[in-house]
Design a protein around this ligand. Structure first.
Ligand code: NAP
Length: 239
């Protein structure tokens, strides 16, 4: 069974991906910064793990060493949502969002290239964009910019790494049950308005995103590369 490396393996989406892959019998290696949170998921899914902060470019070599010589897939589930008006946002805010969402994803793939190539046919990389990369929402300048960079990375790497490695992204709308989105959902009126903006009349669940991720990692997706899959309750396509 293919071994899968999951950055953000203790997150809302990453931990669900880990559970689904564990149920299918995949060996796993997880990455995060908080040991208690990461080791709890690692115990549950019988994974090994590395404590590492993706803002430090030096960690990627160590992570890929710990993850092993052969990988069938890589999931980069680390992300931010820092909402600020363009008047208040600082250069450091922009750089932080870019480092965590885009540069970290690129360095993670770069460090695992040889393991992914040795992992057999049809290795697969899954990154995360956001509905905000292509749809305009106020206060989203920094995250929209960083996630648009992820989408550029997906098509470039898909071209460069084909046919050995497929590279795709999932672009979620807002998820319930995620630390990342809690700030945006605290106000009940705002929460209701956001729910109503989705044709399917609910917020996303981490499982919605994890299911698409697991599909993209699988051989059932072996003719899919360079794609950004919207998993967003219809919000991106239906006004
Ligand atoms: N949640 C949403 O509404 C939403 C919407 C659109 C797009 N997305 C995207 O979907 C992806 C998954 O989101 P999520 O909701 O699962 O996020 P999450 O619950 O906040 O999980 C983030 C994960 O990344 C780890 N992490 C955070 N900062 C890190 C750092 N500097 N270095 C290493 N690991 C770090 C966290 O572990 P530690 O806490 O241990 O560091 C955690 O495992 C992200 O790319 C996000 O941008 C989410």
């Amino acid at each position: 069974m293919k071994k899968i490396l999951i950055y953000g393996g203790s997150g809302s989406v990453g931990s669900e991906v880990a559970r689904m892959l564990h149920d299918k019998g995949h060996p796993l290696h997880l990455v995060g910064t908080q040991e208690e949170r990461l080791s709890a998921v690692a115990d549950e899914v019988e994974a090994t793990y590395t404590l590492a902060d993706v803002r430090d470019p030096e960690i990627f070599g160590k992570v890929s060493q710990d993850a092993g010589k052969e990988l069938g897939g890589l999931v980069y589930g680390v992300g931010t949502i820092n909402l600020k008006s363009i008047r208040r946002i600082t250069p450091d805010d922009f750089l932080e969002d870019f480092k965590i969402n885009a540069l970290g994803a690129a360095l993670a793939v770069q460090a695992s290239l040889s393991a992914l190539k040795k992992g057999g046919n049809d290795a697969s990389v899954v990154l995360y964009s956001s509905i905000a990369a292509r749809h305009g929402y106020s206060l989203h300048a920094s995250i929209g910019m960083a996630k648009a960079a992820v989408e550029g990375l997906v098509v470039s790497l898909a071209a460069e790494l084909a046919p050995a490695i497929r590279v795709n992204a999932v672009a979620p709308s807002l998820l319930d049950e995620s630390q990342l989105s809690q700030g945006m959902l605290e106000n009940p009126a705002t929460r209701e308005a956001i729910i109503k903006s989705h044709p399917l009349q609910r917020l996303g669940k981490p499982q919605d995103i994890a299911a698409m991720t697991v599909f993209l990692l699988s051989s059932q997706a072996s003719w899919i590369t360079g794609q950004v899959m919207g998993v967003d309750g219809g919000r991106s396509m239906i006004p």
